[in-house]
Design a binder for this molecule. Structure first.
Ligand code: MOS
Length: 733
């Protein structure tokens, strides 16, 4: 099905199942430990071996030798595969950094060997006996220094520059101006489940149980790297313990497990140890962002400019931190630009809301600052500068945009009117403040396929290689199929994460929910058609409800319609260009109250309210969980998350969950999520958009603005740790 015109009324609009707060259908498997994650696949009859990875101890240079003699004699060791023995392997199209193979070291903890042994502990012990010698080269690790040599990349996912009107005269003619620089540090995805793969060969066919957000991307790249036919790889990833972008692209665990299993002649399990993940995999790159805003006294933005610098390995992506500034506010004179510096740190790549999340960390402080200079309430300022069209391409309207509704409702529900002047509200040792920020995250569209089977018992089974990374895919896909086929949830089964199923959107970029359910919708349209034709009712008149198909005259149960052979519908939803005609984005507003300890500078988040406008909400339970998780992650970004760079040796120092501090439940006493009741018929046949990444967008700035309101101290350098406040706080009287 090609989606070319906005959706009219369709069976999803019945909302008998879709839109209902249905608990996760895989929930019981998870809470009883029966959802099998990659490393847990276990058959007592299979003689698994265990691989332990070795990572490079330098950031840049070459391996001169790897001596495995002692390690090979260690107890339990079966084989050791080294990067020198395999030589250079072909790179897939999605990875910038080399995952494995060859002499060249591009970053610290690049995988250079895997030790395979009878047990995990034996493999780990033997890995410590492998001796590696290097020829080390000098690398570049300090973003702020390397910015001097930043350049415009030849290839960029997002345009590097944009301009509209005349920014320079716009800014110089503005009555009130702001010109500030903000910095965001490197972040790691810190998902709960480490990367893990079980690999098994049957002659030249490879089976993998892995933890992947995108089955088809992984399979394609693994086939390239191993130089085997993609059709020879069977990949499964039915349960995934979080990804946040870290599992979008093929990772070393899959390559090492496949090579280890080949060499050992046995199935091999490899997990990346936690202290290996931060430097071996990808991270959200640090940014330096300069924002200039000019406004009229009345509060109208007359000029807005946003420049961002980030670093990456040669050929890596830039962090697209200015993209939201191209869309969020009106203003006649505009410029944005992004430049990249070469760094020899691990590969920078996608992490939850890549681009918008770090971009809004800066932009939404700047908006707070200019509003204050103008003496305009920051909620009112955002409302005054709302736009209904793409401000840089005014001929493009938003498919649906209700940022104003989010701000107004949020302000009311949060109690915004009781906000006081900076540094004036005190409760005991706490300085209390409130902050607001807007959220925007674009709605990305990826083709998505599914197969639906109706069997003789009237049960519909959905098959798609879509993944559920903890987001609720199983549940919303079942809801979609149940709605389309006129069934209750117990008559629908969902099988995901298997490369034998039709290729889906996968999970990423908050596109998973809308795209995968749209694919299931398309497949169900085919199945409905097949059923109608089989029982002899007009497909256009057929009504599917209560497990039956009818046309007013005739009514047949789906079980009977299926017959002993059953019926199948399969299709792929192709996006027909409505994202070109319209700008498709999701919107939100975040309100945060903090208390900052006047003595220690420690910030406590006291309560948060988020209002989201993201099209139809397919399931308020799973959608709410996504936003809560995003809000919590945003608090981490505001207050604690930072990969500390050792800029002499070139690696992230705090590479475990003890040193890299994420926010958790206990850090946030009260969170409220409100969804505006809306549909977006332009966005998808389901009339939904994404929501999984909107929840993090803007949160950190709302916290930063609340800290400013509490203390009168403006911090423009994340994370806002107590050392950046202490000494500047009001006197303890
Ligand atoms: Mo998301 S960063 O595309 O998993």
């Amino acid at each position: 099905m090609e989606y070319k015109t906005p959706s009219e009324k369709n069976p999803i609009d019945q909302l008998k199942v879709v839109g209902k707060p249905i608990a996760r259908i895989d929930g019981h498997l998870k809470v009883t430990g029966r959802a099998t994650y990659a490393y847990e696949w276990h058959d007592p009859k299979v003689p698994y071996a265990y691989g332990y990875p070795i990572g490079a101890g330098i950031a840049k240079g070459e391996i001169s030798s790897i001596d495995t003699a002692r390690a090979k004699k260690a107890p339990g060791v079966i084989t050791i595969v080294t990067a020198l023995e395999t030589g250079e392997l072909k790179k897939g199209k999605f990875n910038t950094a080399t995952l494995f193979g060859g002499r060249k070291i591009e970053h610290y903890h690049q995988a250079i060997a895997v030790v395979v042994a009878e047990t995990f502990e034996q493999a780990r012990a033997a890995a410590g006996l492998v001796e590696v010698k290097y020829r080390e080269e000098k690398g570049a690790f300090n973003l702020k220094v390397e910015i001097a040599r930043a350049f415009k990349p030849e290839i960029s996912r997002d345009p590097t520059d944009s301009s509209f009107g005349d920014f320079s005269s716009g800014i110089s003619n503005s009555e009130v101006t702001l010109d500030e620089t903000y910095t965001t540090p490197d972040h790691t995805q810190a998902m709960m489940e480490p990367h893990a793969t079980l690999a098994m060969w049957h002659e030249d066919e490879l089976t993998l149980w892995t933890s992947s957000q995108m089955i088809d991307w992984w399979r394609t790249d693994l086939a390239t790297t191993l130089s085997i036919d993609k059709e020879k790889i069977h990949m499964m990833s039915p349960f995934i313990g979080g990804g946040f972008g870290s599992k979008l692209y093929l990772r070393a665990d899959a390559v090492l497990a496949a090579l280890g299993a080949k060499a050992a002649g046995r199935p091999v399990k490899v997990t990346l140890p936690r202290p290996f993940i931060m430097n071996n995999t990808t991270h959200r790159p640090a940014t330096v962002q300069r924002i200039r805003i000019g406004a009229e006294r009345s509060g109208k933005i007359s000029a807005i400019g946003h420049e961002s610098w980030s670093g990456n390995l040669p050929g890596g992506n830039l962090e697209a931190a200015v993209t939201q500034t191209r869309l969020l506010y009106a203003g006649d004179n505009r410029m944005t630009s992004m430049r990249i510096a070469t760094l020899d740190l691990p590969e920078g790549n996608d992490m939850r809301a890549p681009g918008e999340a770090p971009g809004l960390m800066a932009l939404e402080i700047a908006i707070d600052e200019i509003a204050e200079k103008l003496g305009v309430d920051p909620v009112d300022f955002r409302v005054m500068n709302d736009t209904k069209v793409d401000p840089e391409k005014p001929e493009r309207a938003f498919s649906h945009r209700d940022l104003v509704g989010c701000l107004r409702l949020g302000a009311e529900r949060f109690g915004w009117q009781s906000r006081m002047k900076p540094g004036t509200r005190r409760e005991g040792d706490l300085l209390i403040g409130m902050g607001v920020a807007a959220a925007i995250r674009n709605n990305l569209l990826i083709p998505s396929g599914a197969r639906v089977r109706l069997n003789k018992d009237g049960v519909v089974t959905v098959e798609t290689d879509m993944t559920d990374i903890g987001t609720g895919s199983y549940t919303i896909i079942a809801q979609t199929a149940a709605e389309m086929m006129g069934l209750t949830m117990d008559k629908v089964e969902v099988n995901l994460g298997d490369s034998r199923f039709p290729i889906s959107s996968g999970s990423g970029g908050q596109f998973g929910a809308t795209c995968s359910t749209s694919g299931v919708y398309a497949a169900c349209v085919k199945l409905r058609d097949a059923i109608a034709r089989k029982v002899g009712v007009d497909p256009n008149e057929a009504v599917f409800e209560n497990g039956k198909v009818s046309d007013g005259k005739k009514s047949v149960t789906l079980a009977n319609a299926a017959g002993p052979e059953g019926l199948v519908g399969e299709d792929t939803l192709q996006w027909g260009g409505l994202d070109k005609t319209y700008q498709q984005s999701t919107f939100g507003a975040h309100f945060v109250e903090v208390g900052v300890d006047i003595a220690t500078g420690e910030t406590h988040v006291r309560r948060m309210v988020a209002v989201c406008a993201a099209g139809r909400i397919l399931n308020p339970i799973t959608a709410r969980s996504q936003v809560l998780g995003g809000m919590t992650m945003g608090v981490g970004g505001a207050l604690s998350e930072e990969l500390a760079v050792d800029d002499r040796r070139g690696f992230f120092v705090n590479h475990d969950l003890g040193g890299y501090e994420v926010a958790v439940h206990a850090d946030i006493p009260h969170q409220e999520v409100i969804f505006l009741d809306e549909v977006d018929p332009i966005a998808s046949p389901i009339k939904s958009k994404g929501v999984g990444e909107l929840g993090i967008c803007g949160v950190a700035a709302a916290v930063a603005n609340a800290i400013y309101n509490a203390t009168g101290v403006r911090v423009r350098d994340y994370p806002i740790t107590l050392d950046k406040l202490i000494g500047k706080l009001p006197a303890m009287t």
